[in-house]
Design a protein around this ligand. Structure first.
Ligand code: HGY
Ligand code: MN
Ligand code: MN
Length: 413
């Protein structure tokens, strides 16, 4: 059997490692928040690799970067798009998002070196602010690209640090000129690490991602009464901190009784006045709720609403909520999922159909074109953590599956 074309594994892994060093602070922690200085450095490195692959670089007005490979013969065709994001969470791993961007550039570079002539342009996209840590919502750049959020609203977003996204994009030199969505993709495939424990636990190298769970983010503010930690009898307390703790345990109980389909996370929490001997007057925290089933997710949201109403009564506190994000579950394109499975099989790689527990740029592109994802294992299911790790062989295997799917979708008939 003719050996199959393979990407340059050495180049893929060394670039991943190099990008993984951009944004590491003096304590060795990697953080490249959207539109920050370290994000700029990462963007510059990726643009350099795109130029090395002789791609045409276009930056749109929300800062999404497109590296375009087209020819006179195929430029009238809708492009095939690959890619992901390079912004990170705080104290991040080096693979989340970056693998899909560098893998996409690697696939194009390999096809070019092979003298391949695609039937349509191939584009690698780098979407702005996928993580949503500095500016909510997450997947913002691809959401704007897909027409799900107005550009002006996105650019006016105030960050957790009080900065304005549009001004920050300008400051780092990535306030582009073309309208987001200027290229309507023929299809989009996102190569990504699983970030969960499934593939690693069953020793399967490829995930053929067929759907993605719904996401609900909200901010909860609980107002109680500040009082003396020593003199105030327990029965008199209107303790915002205690009420917040009750919400956190309520959410975990709901998840434990949801036959493991609902996950809930309180990732950010602040107490005021945040003094050791003062009963908290205010607790502000975020709730991230997810479920692959829209009705179940709605049920979880209303159960939380109901609980907050009761809690206000029982604890004598005032509670308000603010919705930050709400994305329904997404089903990916069956034909492309099948292409991923066949490509894996032809390379003798086991694959498993699965759900993406994480939000992805692919869920936004799925609104405008046939879309699917390729997962590779995350060791021990760790992600959003510097311990995030995927063995080199798995990274190369996943990129080769992307190479085969891209070739299939751009072959000249
Ligand atoms: O929130 C998420 O699931 C993604 O990492 N932005
Ligand atoms: Mn990601
Ligand atoms: Mn992430």
């Amino acid at each position: 059997m003719k050996s199959k074309l393979s990407i340059n594994g050495e180049r893929l892994l060394s670039r991943l490692k190099e990008l993984g060093q951009i944004g590491v602070d003096e304590e060795g922690k990697l953080t490249r928040l959207a539109a920050s200085d370290t994000n700029k450095e990462g963007r510059d490195a990726v643009v350099a690799w795109m130029k090395d692959a002789d791609l045409k670089i276009v930056v749109d007005r929300i800062g999404n970067i497109s590296g375009i490979w087209s020819s006179l013969e195929n430029e009238s065709q809708e492009p095939l798009m690959v890619g992901s994001h390079i912004d990170t969470v705080i104290n991040a791993g080096i693979y989340d998002g970056c693998y899909g961007v560098i893998g996409g550039i690697e696939v194009i570079k390999t096809l070019k070196e092979e003298g391949y002539t695609p039937s349509r342009p191939i584009v690698v996209g780098v979407f702005t602010n996928e993580e949503g840590v500095r500016y909510a919502p997450d997947m913002m750049g691809s959401l704007v690209y897909a027409g799900g959020l107005s550009l002006d609203e996105a650019l006016a977003t105030v960050g957790t640090d009080g900065t304005i996204l549009g001004e920050e994009l300008k400051r780092i030199g990535y306030e582009g000129t073309v309208e987001p969505g200027f290229l309507k993709p023929h299809a989009f495939i996102e190569l990504h690490i699983e970030q969960g424990p499934i593939l690693d636990s069953i020793k399967t190298p490829i995930g053929a991602v067929e759907n993605l769970q719904g996401i609900s983010w909200q901010r909860v503010t609980i107002d109680g009464v500040a009082n003396h930690a020593g003199t105030t009898p327990t029965a008199m307390r209107k303790d915002a901190g205690l009420a917040a703790a009750k919400v956190i345990t309520f959410l975990r109980d709901r998840c434990n009784n949801s036959n493991a389909t609902t996950v809930a996370t309180v990732g950010c929490i602040e107490l005021e006045p945040n003094a050791i001997n003062v009963i908290p007057s205010r607790a502000t925290f975020t709730v991230d709720l997810r479920n692959p089933n829209e009705d179940r997710l709605k049920e979880e949201e209303s159960a939380l609403d109901e609980y907050l109403k009761q809690l206000a009564e029982t604890d004598g506190v005032k509670i308000s909520t603010e919705r930050l994000v709400r994305f329904e579950p997404v089903i990916f394109d069956e034909n492309i999922v099948k292409l991923v499975e066949n490509a894996a099989k032809e390379r003798g790689l086991e694959s498993k159909r699965m759900t993406s527990g994480a939000g992805q740029d692919a869920q936004m592109l799925a609104c405008i074109c046939p879309t699917a994802m390729i997962f590779v294992p995350s060791v021990d299911g760790i992600s959003h953590n510097p311990k995030e790790f995927t063995p080199g062989d798995d990274l190369v295997a996943g990129a080769n599956v992307l190479l085969d799917v891209v070739s299939k979708l751009t072959e000249t008939k």
